[in-house]
Design a protein around this ligand. Sequence first.
Ligand code: CP
Ligand code: NVA
Length: 319
Amino acid sequence: SIPLSGKNFLSISSLSPLELRHLLDEAASLKNIYKNEEATDYNPLKGKSMAMIFEKRSTRTRVSTETGFVKLGGHPLFLSSQDIQLNVNESLHDTSKVLTRFNDIILARVNSNDTIETLSKECGEGRVINALCDMYHPLQTLADLLTLEEQWGRGGCSDKTLAWVGDGNNVIHDLMVGFLYLGGNVNVATPSGYECHPKVLSRCDEVTKENGTKLMTTMNAREACTGADVVATDTWVSMGEEDIYDQKIAEFAGYQVNKDLMSVTNPGSKFMHCLPRHQEEVADEVFYDEGVSLVWDEAENRMWTVMAVCMAMQGKTSM
Ligand code: CP
Ligand code: NVA
């Protein structure tokens, strides 16, 4: 059967390496079909519907998912907290029960991973996609890994080194597991107090023991970038942290990705950022350097990869 068929998509850790491999291949296949064969009449998810619940803002996740699901022939419904009863005036349990009577897929961007877990339990397997919570951002990881494979070839992350310079939260939590699954090594630099969650670190420990890859954690951005093939970062101030903006800017001093920091990486190294981006975490000289920065490809690949997740969960493949 199709990998991930009938299962939920909650985090990269919740996937097997084989399921991750399938999703990247499916995404590349869909991209090829829609780009090269002008297959506007390829509508494998015709008649399917998706509820897209957003407790937080979004540009890429919302637009890529709505656009991609329509390409597949499905019908997406964008539902912000202003639009539906979401734990206010109606329990999440009741909302979940109702949505599953209408929608084949429930995609949710929420504050807390607990909400994703509740949705997963209440809606059942084969329905729920995590579109970012405090702990995970698995859709972003798929896009990032597809983007790297477009640079280095299928399987090309193997033996490469990814350096993370920034906050130890949702984006890197999934990216590190995914990159290790593909056989690469990961160096993570975070300021004191912003280390990755112990649960994720212990999962990485298991993966590195299983497949012989390496994870290095440090507080020194230069150490993490030394010998890296790709450097990635994210905003220092995540959604919901706006009131501690000044504090975080001060605590992340010295973590900006700029030409000087990139100078210790391997020749031909790349830069990644999931966006939205600010100058404090990456200088223009890197962010807009077309020979180095992969940010626009990453953004585009959000669409092909979320389409792959929808296909796989529905037990379909274009390959
Ligand atoms: N990268 C990402 O998830 O962007 P949005 O917050 O705009 O969806
Ligand atoms: N870490 C960021 C990612 C946004 C895509 C946030 O949680 O806001």
